[in-house]
Design a binder for this molecule. Structure first.
Ligand SMILES: [Zn+2]
Length: 244
């Protein structure tokens, strides 16, 4: 019988520079949610090894979205299927390809129309562009045959998707049930519990939508795994009072 009660285990804790990577297991299967930056590879493989797992033991990966800090070790798992939205895949690949162009300052407005509403927007984009040029490698994201698009295939049993497109179009936050409670693996729809300004990442694709996504997640009682912060227990009435 299929067991829809998942156990969650954070392999890489989210921080101002690195994304959370989470192992889901239900007794018969293990799934990895997001895989980190290239220089996180050793830490990720060591965390799996400590649990008695080799990359071949991971049959499925789920990517919340395709920013470099969430997908760059997918290629360590050539035998895994990778679940993600095609919308996020296409959008992020196109973004990174345009950031490599000489007229990137004009092209970036296609992706981030609100960019010049932000303080120090140009400097911030220049910095993030340098990081992208250094680390983005579409081969690290996995081969085309590995992908299963959430839009057409859905997610493995017992895992629900909450589309949270404020960060990037097609961003997928995950909701699942453990034995005790609901868990939200927010990805970058909830960067941190309360200090988003300290995270080195792209600005939201759409700021009002990002704020709505964040509020929707913080209305859920249970465990929340932010994209770039420690896991925390959410009690909506208390938390909402402290979040703008
Ligand atoms: Zn991120």
């Amino acid at each position: 019988m299929l067991n829809s009660h998942w156990k969650i285990d954070v392999l890489l804790a989210g921080s101002w520079r690195g994304a959370s990577s989470v192992l889901l297991s239900n007794g018969s299967e293990r799934i990895l949610v997001d895989t980190g930056l290239p220089h996180d590879a050793h830490q990720l493989l060591t965390a799996l090894e400590h649990r008695g797992l080799a990359p071949s033991g991971i049959k499925r990966i789920i990517n919340t979205h395709f920013h470099i800090d969430h997908v760059s070790n997918n290629s360590l798992f050539p035998g895994s299927l990778i679940f993600a939205t095609q919308q996020s895949f296409d959008w992020c690949h196109s973004l990174y390809s345009d950031l490599a162009c000489t007229d990137w300052e004009r092209l970036v407005l296609k992706y981030y129309p609100e960019v010049f509403e932000y303080e120090n927007a140009k400097q911030r984009m220049e910095k993030l562009r340098k990081i992208a040029l250094r680390w983005w490698n579409s081969e690290h994201v996995g081969s085309r045959t590995q992908f299963r698009w959430i839009e057409t295939c859905g997610l493995p049993y017992g895992i629900d998707v909450m589309l949270t497109s404020g960060h990037v179009p097609g961003h997928a936050s995950l909701i699942l049930n453990t034995d005790q409670q609901q868990v939200v693996i927010a990805g970058d729809a909830l960067l941190t519990r309360a200090h988003d300004d300290q995270v080195l990442t792209m600005i939201p694709y759409c700021r009002p939508q990002y704020q709505q996504d964040r509020e929707r997640i913080l209305e859920i009682a249970g465990v929340i795994v932010p994209g770039h912060d420690q896991t925390f227990q959410n009690a909506p009435s208390k938390i909402l009072a402290t979040v703008k």
